[in-house]
Design a binder for this molecule. Structure first.
Ligand code: FNR
Ligand code: 8K6
Length: 347
């Protein structure tokens, strides 16, 4: 039987999606100066409500989580009220939406907040903030155990805030070289305490965040994004695979809503993952619902899902270029190609 991606998909007992096509999380840097979602963002997301699930652009859990200008937050009541307008509009159009919870760790910049830049270890990244090239990254402070406990509590608080803001659940951003991913890779984690050195220790922060969020909102409403192969603000290390092997085995017993790969092009193979692609590696190590992503179109995604490579597809850049992506697919209309200039405006 051929799976029709446009038919409903039951994520679990509490959440049914109208189709298998997710809108990938896409940072747009368009929140107001208090990091509150604007009316333009309400309209932008509402136009895309035909997706099976919209995953919000990465949304910071607290001030020191910020590394880019005007990324929205979920820690003030104004931000929660702003997001409520977004989720109301998406729900009115029959859609569903998860909030992506974000802390950038060492990719934060003190230009955006008062206080330390926190990371697993005091190892900085090269370069400077995109669009603000004068802001060079600094060497972060290695988080103390007390810092770690407060970070975990703030992920849980942000998840609670997300439900108050009307989201149907959250996706914990554990990918793309940001805080959680920094704990999972040897290139960024040189800790010698219970959060470093071994696969079990290096997985501890990710699992404590996942468990804290599950504890507040339930596993059925909790998704997670992971980048097992390092590729963005991070260097590959042959030892990383053992960390992800351990972590994924632990996640297998947690009944998450889904696991989502973090990658721009899923044809890319990683030496550190025994030459597998992101989705091949995750499919082999993880037994729950898997979301594929990374330079797919509808046809290649349909083929991959029918070959059982993953269960759902997340579409990113084509959703920027085509607010009516799902209608176009349904009507077999041509899809407008994405270009970077489209990032200048919310359409
Ligand atoms: C992204 N991506 C991304 N990923 C994430 O986890 N959180 C985010 O906020 C963002 N922001 C973001 C902004 C922009 C402008 C781009 C192009 C990408 C990655 C995105 O979710 C997705 O994984 C990739 O775009 C690959 O999918 P497509 O675009 O090939 O379908
Ligand atoms: C010109 C790109 C600016 C886009 C918004 C800034 C922040 C984006 C953060 C999410 C990561 C996506 C960056 C895309 C770079 C591709 C790297 C392979």
């Amino acid at each position: 039987m051929i799976t029709d991606l446009l038919q409903p998909f039951k994520l679990n007992d509490t959440i049914e999606l109208q189709n298998r096509i997710l809108m990938a999380p896409l940072t747009r840097c368009m929140a107001d100066d208090n990091l509150v979602p604007t009316q333009a963002m309400v309209d932008y997301y509402a136009r895309r409500a035909e997706a099976g699930l919209i995953i919000s652009e990465a949304t910071i859990i607290r001030p020191d989580a910020q590394g880019y200008p005007n990324t929205p937050g979920l820690f003030t009541s104004a931000q929660i009220q702003g997001w409520k307008k977004v989720t109301d509009a998406v729900h009115e159009q029959g859609g569903k939406m998860f909030a992506q919870l974000w802390h950038v760790g060492r990719v934060a910049h003190p230009h955006f907040f008062d206080g330390d830049v926190l990371a697993p270890s005091a190892i900085g990244v090269e370069g400077s903030v995109p669009r603000m090239r004068e802001l060079t990254y600094i060497t972060p402070k290695a988080a103390t155990t007390a810092d770690i406990k407060s970070l975990i509590a703030d992920y849980a608080k942000a998840a609670e805030n997300a439900l108050e803001a009307g989201f149907d659940g959250v996706e914990i951003h554990g990918a793309n070289g940001y805080l959680i991913d920094q704990f999972l890779h040897y290139a960024a984690n040189e800790r010698d305490d219970e959060y470093g050195q071994t696969p079990e220790n290096m997985s501890r922060f990710a699992l404590e965040v996942v468990d804290a969020v599950i504890n507040v909102i339930g596993a059925d409403k909790t998704g997670l994004r992971l980048s097992p192969g390092a590729y963005f603000n991070m260097c590959e290390d042959s030892r990383d695979k053992a960390v992800f092997d351990y972590l994924l085995n632990e996640l297998n017993s947690r009944a998450l809503a889904y696991l989502h790969g973090g990658i721009f092009d899923d044809s890319m193979r990683f030496a550190s993952l025994a030459d597998k692609t992101t989705s091949e590696y995750l499919r082999a190590a993880y037994s729950g619902t898997l979301v594929g992503v990374g330079s797919y179109n509808f046809d290649t995604a349909k083929a991959a899902i029918n070959a059982n490579k993953f269960d759902l597809i997340a579409i990113g850049r084509p959703f920027i270029a085509n607010p009516d992506y799902i209608s176009k697919i349904k009507n077999a209309e041509e899809v407008v190609p994405y270009s970077d200039e489209m990032l200048a405006e919310l359409v």
